[in-house]
Ligand binder design. Sequence first.
Ligand code: SF4
Length: 245
Amino acid sequence: MPPARKRHPSARLSPARSWARSLQRRRPKLTDDILSGLASLYGTPAWKPRMDPISELITTILSQNTSDINAERAFTALRDRYPDWAAIEAAPVRSIAAVIKSGGLAAQKAPRIKAALRATRERSGAYDLTFLTAMEPLAARDWLTAIPGIGPKTASIVLLFCFGMPLMPVDTHVERVSKRIGLLPTTASLQFAHDAWLDLVEPKRMYEAHVALIRHGRGHCDALRPDCERCPIRQRCRFVDRRAP
Ligand code: SF4
């Protein structure tokens, strides 16, 4: 189980968080019903850290705009080429880019990796992100997103997967499914989506919600050909109504 987390502070609510709270008041069982429906199909995942935080951050940077397989290949190449994180931080951008080219967008990702390592070392004295656990989740997200090339999705992946902080990484699957079932407005931006999810689910269910939406987006709720006939949450889905002739 991830560490117990309280609700995010509600001072100075953004329009997205106000929208989400309004939805929760109007349809208080919506998220729970959706998660229960998806659990009947995919089970309920148990949270556990999958790698150390700095490796998670670098892997997530490498996964931007490419597949997990390409990102893992680039990460392995990086660790094989350099003896430690200090050597990567000290290496020229061009050299790092050559090593991680299998991950795509290497010229952009190499300086992001160096910046992330430098910021971490300067803050903690090591390549260690565990100082983030002493922060409130939104402050930790702000710290990470201040690093060039790290957006709310990358930051939320690190904070949710490594520390169990209740932040939703909104990738293409989470965004599409959330909009189809009505947990986000169809016109919501990614910034809106990341903010709204702070108030769309109980903090202790954030990891479960993230994994369930990813699995559903990769499975039944395909972008082009969703399998609505066999979808366990079709009764809750606005998209089905819009598809009707
Ligand atoms: S009913 Fe169809 S569009 Fe709606 S969530 Fe299920 S698979 Fe996706």
